[in-house]
Design a protein around this ligand. Structure first.
Ligand code: NAI
Ligand code: MG
Length: 536
């Protein structure tokens, strides 16, 4: 029996029992058996099944909100906007998109040389996809992946973080109530540390992992040994860049939302703010004025914006980063209170804004994942880009400016998979935009058509157009003049100035006369015909 702790009160919200490895094996084998039939359905038929999910989500909206809030500590408004609303939008989108982008494609021929071939590309599902998801967005992260996997014709085994088991259970309920074919999705409950190996041993065909860089490395090592494909969506330590011409009011509001919502526990949350020298003081003044208005406390609908951290371990990590920075000379320019009294046993951590932090402090180099924002003054564009990129992580970043020109070239210089201009973090909720990091933030893409490609593998089928012919020209036997004939083809396709011996540099220097060139050209065309005769 594992206790799931309510981060607001420190009390128990639920108790959960882990599944056994036998249960997992059985679930994977049933999902494997169900997959064949599911794949055979047309996109339209699968879409009809899956479109029932939307109304079930709407029906369970309040229960989902309260369950998500009770295990993460996030506010109901955070839950309904970033998790539930996003899920409804995404489900509709993937159903339509899969039909459009995963249908078989005819491949355009590269050259007349292949006039006798035609090729088609099929996007085939992997089979059983194993999804491993984190606790910070316990509903929307697995939900996107489930929808992508299912619309593409895979079946799914989902393991959510232990802390978010109650949300995992609700995910199973929602898919069950939508009356989908049996065994196309099964939520299992396993301890994290055994899941990677257990998934691989049970015969999962591909793993979609979202979580920390550290766990990502562990799974990569395991999967490497067995050559099991894995997608990685890992941690971030996002930079926000404020240029002199930014709308500072919008920038401040954006920084507070993207830095603090979900108590800063967003993979693409703002952790480092670099503001240009000329606006630094004004930005800081506005930020301090506005951060004071943010209310921190139990997120039970009593009008607070920010709740506690989700786990005690997370609280220790965040306070460790801040204490370390302060020891190294950082200035705390703002620290909120935490709710007093009976709530003090929860995992609340004060909203904290730091300045003067050394570049090598963990709060700058690692993912802090808490309500902590670092401010830094930068002098010019090249320093801004250098500092924003000075991180082993590269998930997302943002640029705040009113200059269209800067908005067009600066994002290209930032080493992150997503760059937002005058916004931050929210594109995770737009299912049409790809999401994925550079560097230690992972090397995969989720969402959009690129996410659908990630849950499918490419199969090409190449057809000979004239199967009644004897052979392709390069097949056996190889006769004596064949090399010269192929060299003529090379000359024709390569557009060179001479035939055979004239393709070298020497030949190009000394231009041949017009008659000579015509005769060479005709000779090459003749050779080409002789090659065509080899088909028969
Ligand atoms: P985590 O890495 O501790 O756990 C993630 C999941 O992996 C959990 O379900 C856990 O039980 C499981 N797990 C742990 N060890 C495992 C192993 N050896 N084999 C297989 N599974 C294992 O991450 P956590 O603390 O749950 O989530 C926070 C992290 O997730 C942060 O680093 C955050 O940035 C990252 N994240 C990344 C996102 C992205 O899109 N790039 C989105 C959301 C979170
Ligand atoms: Mg940090």
């Amino acid at each position: 029996m594992v206790k799931i702790i309510n981060p607001v009160t420190g009390g128990t919200v639920a108790e959960t029992v882990y599944d056994t490895l036998e249960t997992l094996k059985e679930a994977v084998s049933k999902a494997g058996a169900a997959q064949g039939k599911w794949q055979k359905l047309s996109f339209k038929e699968r879409g009809l099944h899956l479109s029932r999910i939307r109304s079930v989500i709407v029906k369970h909206a309040d229960e989902l909100t309260s369950t998500i809030s009770s295990v993460t500590g996030k506010s109901g408004i955070d839950a309904i906007t970033t998790e539930i609303l996003s899920a409804v939008i995404a489900s509709r989108y993937y159903i339509k998109l899969a039909k459009r982008v995963l249908k078989p494609e005819k491949v355009r021929r590269s050259s007349i040389f292949f006039f006798n071939k035609k090729a088609y590309v099929y996007h085939e599902p992997y089979g059983v996809i194993g999804i491993i998801s984190p606790w910070n967005y316990p509903f929307i992260i697995p939900f996107h992946e489930i929808m992508m996997a299912l619309t593409a014709g895979n079946t799914v085994i989902l393991k959510v973080a232990t802390q978010s088991q109650p949300v995992g259970k609700l995910i199973q309920t929602i898919f069950d109530e939508a009356d989908l074919p049996a065994n196309i999705i099964r939520v299992v409950n396993l301890p994290g540390k055994i899941t990677g190996k257990a998934f691989i041993d049970a015969g999962i065909d591909k793993i979609l992992f979202t979580g920390s860089t550290e766990t990502g490395r562990e799974i990569a090592a395991l999967a490497g040994k067995n050559l099991v494909p894995v997608s990685f969506e890992l941690g971030g330590s996002d930079a926000m860049i404020i240029l002199p011409d930014a709308n500072l009011k919008r920038a401040v509001n954006g920084a507070l939302w993207a830095g603090l919502s979900n108590s800063g526990q967003s993979c693409g949350g703002v952790e480092r703010i670099y503001a240009a020298d000329s606006v630094y003081d004004k930005f800081k003044e506005l930020l301090l004025e506005n951060v004071k208005k943010i209310r921190i406390g139990p997120t039970d609908g009593s009008g607070t914006e920010i709740g506690p951290l989700t786990t005690e371990k997370q609280k220790e990590k965040v306070s460790g980063h801040v204490e370390d920075a302060v020891r190294k000379g950082a200035r705390v320019i703002y620290r909120s209170g935490v709710p007093p009294g009976k709530n003090s046993s929860g995992f609340f951590y004060p909203v904290t804004i730091l300045e003067n932090v050394p570049a090598d402090a963990p709060v700058m180099q690692e993912e802090t994942f808490g309500p902590v924002i670092v401010l830094e003054r930068v002098k010019d564009e090249s320093e801004i880009v250098r500092k924003a990129n000075d991180s082993p992580l590269g998930l997302t970043s943002s640029l705040w400016t009113s200059s269209r020109k800067k908005a067009s070239y600066l994002p290209r210089l930032l080493e992150t998979g997503v760059v937002s201009v005058n916004d931050h973090l929210m594109s995770h909720g737009m299912p049409e935009t790809p999401w994925g990091g550079y560097k230690d933030s992972g090397h995969s893409i989720t969402h959009g058509k690129w996410g659908l490609y990630e849950v499918t593998r490419v199969k090409v089928v190449v057809h000979e157009k004239f199967p009644w012919t004897q052979r392709d020209p390069w097949w056996y036997p190889h006769d004596k003049g064949l090399y010269k004939k192929f060299k003529s083809v090379l000359f024709l396709l390569g557009g060179q100035a001479g035939r055979g011996d004239r393709t070298g540099r020497e030949g190009n220097k000394k231009k041949a006369g017009i008659f000579k060139r015509i005769s060479r050209f005709t000779g090459a065309v003749m050779d080409m015909f002789k090659i065509i005769l080899r088909f028969f």
